[in-house]
Design a protein around this ligand. Structure first.
Ligand SMILES: Cc1cc2nc3c(=O)[nH]c(=O)nc-3n(C[C@H](O)[C@H](O)[C@H](O)COP(=O)(O)OP(=O)(O)OC[C@H]3O[C@@H](n4cnc5c(N)ncnc54)[C@H](O)[C@@H]3O)c2cc1C
Length: 583
């Protein structure tokens, strides 16, 4: 058994920022960071456009306006106490990153440059060209290594250890196996932080990397804890057609146009977006694109529209959005200097996740903290994004709450003893689980079942939803899951980097996450933010201004709810009381 004071699952921006905070503030504590990919290959490295903060380097700005934009963008579902922490801390975490060595792009006068982003009133996204995640993650991971955290890369966490402790049930560690050798280990810790990122791979078209399979969400659901607001899936408006990879919002931030087959800038034709046009929030922009396509105004009547940057000119394209140009060339054979890029919405971000309080402690359905268990970043639901996240607010969440989680956990474990675990039982269970998977000799391949699952999620729980489509989708998921349970075929029996085995486990997680998303979507009978119900087209503040909780009970998904924090109303009632969203 391996012991650490703190165990962090995930080496993306959140996990590494948390590890760094502990190493800086509590140098005597031992930190183990487990990641199924090398930390610098975490999805955070792919983040492009920017990280938001009211630095005021371009025009006037302040944290309360940033908070207002975030709450309005969230369709009033965000917890306002968490939004306050996010936006108030933003300038200071950017300066921290700068001092760590992150190379932000500069304006003419030498200050950190800031660009416009959808739904933000002011230009407040700080960036490193269109490779912002890359610039930040490399510095963080380098510093985490320098300060001596132990990194277990290419180790896969299979289960959380959740059992009785001194004061009721607590999370005491994890069971993980090495992808390199298949060796299984029990890790025991005074506290565990889950920072496992999103679940984009539940859908067939996504901007997310292969590793975004919602593992941490499934680990949490498997121990009977709820997941919050899972119906809110962000579809980013501009996935490159047909691959689905992201063309950053930075491209619209720099002034790109969205055009339909008639050559119209169609955002002007929708009352909700006629002022902010291409810089409206993502839920609205994605729905407008989907409407254009459904009305036959996609390019040549097809499934995509154009994103046009030609008017920006070669020099600006090459200096501000070089990566977007490279992607167009590499994946669609289109040079955006001379031709518009084909785009359509792509599954991008998970607003929902593991519910936590503002100190990143995971909370149960009674809103009480679960002992020794923390979560932060995309896998968590604080909730700062509510029903729709604004661009550039996720990297910010990872850094603000990664740092905060590290500080809080460091203090939390300093006077706590190491919990007691009997590892044998967990080792035996994990061995049996892997062996059972390896012996699967049915007729259905992983790729085939996964495709069916992803197609079902996209068809039945995509941008537009309704009662019948969701119910049919859930029934289909059950049939496909039966094939997974009883007819799976695994060829590879090797111990070394058995990727088929890992993919089989990930596929099981995708089912659990998919079922919770669909059931939560069925239970929310209104349209809010990214959740758009054709049978309930209006937002219903009277009955639905609350967070959905979805959890497993005897293998079935059940739902309940909890209230939204509205505390910013006491600072500015005019702005923070729910009202109609217009841009
Ligand atoms: C293409 C793209 C561009 C984006 N651009 C922006 C942007 O410009 N601005 C912005 O604010 N946001 C952006 N986002 C969103 C943002 O990048 C992510 O929300 C954020 O980086 C998530 O960070 P994270 O640390 O929570 O998780 P991730 O970076 O996804 O890291 C997850 C970690 O968990 C580990 N892990 C997962 N499961 C297991 C397991 N079972 N066992 C062991 N380890 C595990 C992985 O190895 C990985 O290290 C973008 C997202 C995408 C996909």
């Amino acid at each position: 058994m391996i012991e650490h004071d703190v165990l962090i699952i995930g080496g993306g921006l959140t996990g590494s920022r948390a590890a760094l905070a502990i190493a800086q503030n509590y140098p005597d504590q031992s930190v183990g960071l487990i990641s199924k990919v090398h930390p610098i290959r975490s999805h955070s490295v792919a983040a492009q456009g920017g990280i938001a903060a009211s630095l005021r380097n371009v025009g006037d700005d302040d944290w309360l306006t940033h908070a207002f934009d975030t709450v309005k963008g969230s369709d009033y579902l965000a917890d306002q106490n968490a939004v306050q922490v996010l936006t108030q801390s933003a300038p200071e975490v950017i300066i921290d990153l700068e001092h760590l060595g992150v190379l932000f792009s500069r304006s003419e006068d030498g200050r950190i440059a800031q660009r416009a982003f959808g739904g933000h009133t002011n230009s407040r996204a700080c960036y490193a060209a269109d490779k912002t995640g890359h610039a930040i993650l490399h510095e963080l991971v380098m510093n985490v290594r320098r300060l001596g955290c132990k990194i277990y890369h290419e180790w896969y966490v299979l289960d959380l250890i959740y059992e009785d402790g001194a004061n009721g049930k607590e999370v005491k560690g994890v069971v993980a196996y090495s992808l390199e050798t298949s060796e299984i280990e029990v890790f025991c810790a005074k506290s565990v932080l889950c920072a496992t990122g999103g679940y984009g791979r539940v859908f067939n078209t996504t901007s997310n990397d292969l590793a975004s399979t919602g593992d941490g969400l499934c680990l949490t659901a498997n121990i009977g804890l709820p997941l919050q607001d899972m119906e809110f899936v962000q579809f980013h408006p501009t996935g490159l057609y047909p691959a689905g990879v992201l063309i950053s919002e930075a491209v619209r931030g720099e002034g790109a146009y969205l055009l339909n087959d008639l050559g119209d800038r169609f955002m002007a034709n929708y009352p909700i977006s006629k002022n902010r046009m291409e810089l409206s929030p993502r839920d609205i922009t994605s729905r407008n694109i989907a409407h254009e396509i459904m009305a036959g105004r996609g390019i040549n009547g097809g499934n995509y529209v154009y994103l046009d940057v030609r008017h920006l000119g070669r020099e600006k394209i090459l200096s501000r959005i070089p990566f977007a140009r490279e992607e167009g060339l590499r994946l669609a054979g289109v040079d955006c200097i001379d031709q518009p890029l084909p785009v359509r919405p792509t599954a991008h971000y998970s607003m929902g996740g593991i519910p936590t309080n503002i100190d990143c402690q995971v909370i149960g359905s009674d809103s009480q903290a679960i002992a020794r268990f923390f979560a932060a970043g995309e896998c968590a639901c604080l909730s700062v994004h509510g029903a729709n996240r604004l661009g550039a607010n996720s990297l910010l969440e990872c850094v603000v709450f990664g740092k905060r989680a590290g500080e809080k956990i460091g203090a939390y474990v300093s006077d706590r003893p190491m919990p007691k675990i009997n590892p044998d039982h967990y080792l035996a269970a994990a061995k049996a689980k892997l062996k059972a998977l390896l012996s699967k000799q049915g007729n259905s391949r992983i790729a085939d079942i996964r495709q069916q699952l992803q197609d079902t999620m996209t068809e039945h729980c995509g941008i537009f939803r309704d009662d019948q489509r969701l119910k049919d989708g859930l029934a289909k998921l059950q049939t496909i899951r039966d094939r997974y349970d009883h007819d799976l075929l695994i060829d590879d029996r090797s111990d070394l980097f058995n990727m088929e085995l890992m993919q089989a486990i990930e596929l099981g997680n995708l089912f659990t996450v998919g079922e919770i998303i669909m059931t939560s979507a069925l239970s929310r009978q209104e349209s809010r933010g990214a959740h758009s119900r054709e049978d309930y087209p209006q937002r219903d503040d009277l009955n639905c201004l609350k967070h959905t909780l979805g959890y497993l009970e005897s293998g079935k998904v059940r739902t309940s709810d909890r209230p939204v924090d509205m505390s910013l109303q006491s600072i500015d009632r005019d702005r923070f009381t729910p009202q109609e969203r217009k841009y």
